[in-house]
Design a protein around this ligand. Structure first.
Ligand code: GLC
Length: 752
């Protein structure tokens, strides 16, 4: 439909019909007869009985194709203006083919693969009728106590931008002039705007407080990249930002998001976040909440009655508010138009259902999930080159994750654990069954910690055998084996939304198992499943080999087995720092130097920026990850050491595979601005390249340093570079620097 007709459609709506377009409900409002709805969900939500559910604009998390056809058909039969419903859902890292969690995917540093994963998710969504997915989440995270770090690409701004660009392109397709969303693609919603990843003390939904400089320098660019990639929606965050809830924050949503970032799409609240303005103590009542949210530019009210009950009164006789309403409704109608819903409210869903076939879980989809999982796993330790194993090795596979299918993470709402390849199944693709024993060894979650998991407690595996018996069996199996492979981890229900932990460590029963088995003196390889960096200091001491598996998705067990047996050489690099202890949190690579840095030569000198009971350095730094092979770097050439704004520096690095395995290396480029009008971090990731090299092969990696890379937000929030000296660090991690050189950015006047 062309824009003129869209505006005519808008003008044809009554105020109540317009308000309905801004309301998002769940599917139960459309099940059963109207009386059931009025006395049931409508009453429960507090909607005025007069609210016409056939004015509603969108539906949350209904993803069954038959139900969507039934619901859309029934809705359109009652819709006075034939404006189809939008179906929106949380398809964060896979629909039925589940990929590794985003924090794992980012560790692949392979954004082509990440885009492909998003494209496969979008295709499977499209085939079953979902129109909008609430992805990508690009909240920068520096605190592993927060459960939702699993959904984030990690602590670094450049990677957040790349993750945003890749996932929006995969979900929605490349930005088009018309704005139309092509077949096989759906609309992307970037979230959570803004800075939800920095709750005080890592406690879920807690306040966020940071300087505007920190917000702009680190937290906003990821959202901006998604918007520049064309994301059709943005979701507001639950948290306050410097005292003002994001969902009612006019500065954040109108000045920054709409005017500075040029976002003209739909701004949807997070779940009930408009109503929560009251609980925040920011809105006195529902009427105030509705007004504050509309003034702040929030278009869609997710799952509360606030807009439905309050907007009509607020708009009555108020031209400005009516104008804001019209703008919001137009954006919703435009989104529906971009999706082609006016021409086909089902977007091809009926055809798929008729055909009875789809690409869901197609071999090529599973192969993509396998490949990305292999590149997302991070090898943290491999003493005496214990790994890879030989198929002849007699293995005792022990631990609650030895044979666990619940490895999809908590946002795999359409994922089916029955589709998952678990670790035992994966190993049996390589190992002789007679040379593989499998046992549980310990509880996944201590019995006395299950209740705290609320509604998820019942989803935990039943522990039917006593802990002592489990341990005895584990020791017996270990005694008979050549190598112990210990599969440990936090439950997926200890991670994700509402999953903040004051002690993000392996559950105690699993640590006890580790201690007992490490005392046997057998080679011990530990695999850790988690949605966050756990405190692995003791595990790292006791394990000969240590692998961070994250939640690796549908093909996770096969990916891990391919790595354990050397069919795949691990290449993952951490995108979030692993602390040595909770006391170090937040610890991240791009910190400031301070006036008294704790230099290696300081020893125990007291008056430096240090702890007296722990090192400053984390257990594993950002960018860290081992391989079965080794790489050596040498600097080949640098085009200049004095840089001009419009004359970048080019340089090249030779990378040699000096080991006996073919492998992939991610060469990382960090830059330090030595002196500036605001203190700058000791290093910032500015570029990277992932290169495949055969054993013995040497490749060349080219980098370009542009003036744009040197820009930062000054004390007056102006985004610019400043002349002066810079350091360049090249290496396989943020701590392991292989090459460095310095250069100068000349002042403007010398640019003639
Ligand atoms: C949740 C999450 C958000 C999700 C939304 C809809 O509370 O915060 O990420 O998209 O509600 O389920």
């Amino acid at each position: 439909m062309d824009d003129k007709l869209l505006y005519e459609k808008l003008d044809s709506l009554s105020v109540q019909e317009k308000i309905g377009q801004l309301v998002q409900l769940t599917g139960d409002f459309f099940e059963g007869d109207i009386d059931t709805v009025v006395t049931g969900p409508l009453k429960k939500l507090g909607l005025n009985p007069s609210y016409n559910i056939y004015n509603t604009g969108s539906i949350l998390n209904v993803t069954d194709p038959e139900k969507m056809i039934r619901l859309q058909t029934k809705y359109l039969e009652h819709s006075a203006h034939q404006i189809p419903l939008l179906f929106m859902a949380d398809i964060i890292y896979g629909y039925r083919t589940i990929f590794p969690i985003p924090l794992a995917q980012a560790c692949s540093w392979n954004f082509e693969q990440i885009e492909r994963a998003a494209a496969i998710s979008a295709r499977e969504c499209y085939e079953e009728g979902t129109h909008v997915t609430f992805s990508p989440m690009v909240d920068i995270v520096r605190d592993p106590r927060w459960g939702r770090v699993m959904e984030s690409p990690g602590e670094d701004t450049l990677l957040a931008r790349k993750y945003a660009e890749s996932t929006v392109a995969g979900i929605q397709g490349r930005k088009t002039r018309s704005g139309a969303v092509p077949a096989d693609k759906i609309a992307a919603c970037v979230k959570h705007f803004a800075a939800y990843g920095a709750p005080v003390a890592g406690r879920e939904y807690n306040a966020v407080d940071m300087s505007e400089h920190t917000l702009r320098e680190y937290y906003l660019p990821g959202y901006q990249a998604a918007i520049e990639a064309g994301a059709k929606l943005v979701m507001t965050a639950f948290n306050t930002l410097n005292g003002i809830p994001a969902t009612g924050n006019e500065w954040l949503n109108r000045d920054v998001l709409r005017r500075e970032m040029n976002f003209d799409g739909v701004l949807i609240s997070d779940y009930a976040a408009i109503e929560e303005l009251i609980m925040h103590g920011y809105a006195e009542d529902e009427a105030a909440a509705a007004k504050l949210a509309l003034l702040a530019g929030v278009d869609v009210d997710m799952k509360t009655a606030v807009y439905a009950n309050q907007l009509e009164k607020i708009i009555s006789g108020n031209e400005h508010m009516l104008e804001l309403l019209n703008e919001a409704v137009y954006r919703v109608l435009k989104l529906k138009n971009d999706l082609g819903l006016f021409e086909d409210p089902f977007r091809g869903l009926q055809e798929t259902v008729r055909r009875g076939s789809s690409s869901i879980l197609a071999d090529e989809h599973k192969q993509a999930a396998l490949s990305l999982a292999e590149e997302s796993v991070v090898l943290l330790k491999n003493e005496h080159e214990l790994l890879p194993l030989s198929p002849q090795t007699k293995i005792a596979l022990i631990g609650p994750y030895a044979e666990e299918n619940s490895t999809l993470g908590i946002w795999a709402i359409k994922g089916n654990e029955a589709d998952t390849i678990n670790l035992k199944t994966g190993l049996l693709k390589h190992a002789d069954p007679a040379r593989l024993s499998v046992c549980r060894g310990a509880y996944m979650v201590p019995l006395d910690e299950r209740e705290a998991l609320g509604k998820y407690a019942d989803k935990l595996p039943a522990e039917t055998v006593g802990e002592e018996e489990l341990l005895e069996e584990a020791i017996r199996n270990a005694d008979e084996a050549d190598v112990i492979v210990l599969a440990l981890g936090e439950s997926i229900y200890q991670s994700g939304e509402g999953g903040s932990r004051t002690n993000p460590a392996l559950p105690e029963p699993q640590l006890k198992l580790l201690r007992e088995l490490s005392g046997l003196g057998k080679p011990l390889a530990v695999i850790v499943y988690s949605g966050r960096p756990l405190i692995l200091t003791e595990v790292a001491e006791k394990a000969d080999a240590l692998i961070q598996a994250w939640y690796p998705g549908t093909m996770g067990g096969e990916a891990l087995a391919n790595i354990l047996y050397g069919k795949a050489n691990p290449s993952g690099k951490l995108t979030m720092t692993f602390p040595r202890c909770v006391g170090q949190i937040p610890v991240h690579y791009n910190e400031l130097n301070t006036g008294r840095p704790n230099l290696p030569e300081n020893g125990s000198y007291r008056f430096a920026s240090r702890y007296i009971d722990e090192a400053n350095e984390p257990l594993y730094p950002f960018g860290y990850g081992k391989s079965y092979t080794s790489f050596a770097y040498s600097l080949l050439s640098v085009s200049r050491k004095e840089m001009k704004r419009n004359e970048p520096i080019e340089f090249s690095v030779a990378v040699s595979n000096t080991g006996s395995y073919d492998g992939k290396e991610t060469v990382q480029l960090y830059i330090r601005d030595k002196f500036a009008s605001v203190a700058r971090p000791v290093k910032v990731l500015k570029d990277f390249q992932k290169i495949f090299l055969r054993s013995g092969e040497t490749g060349t990696v080219q980098f370009t340093i542009r003036e744009e890379m040197l820009k930062f937000y000054g004390s007056n929030m102006e985004y610019k570079s400043e002349p002066g000296e810079f350091e360049v660090y090249i290496g396989p991690s943020s701590q392991d620097i292989s090459l460095s050189f310095s250069f100068v950015l000349l002042p403007e006047e010398e640019h003639e």
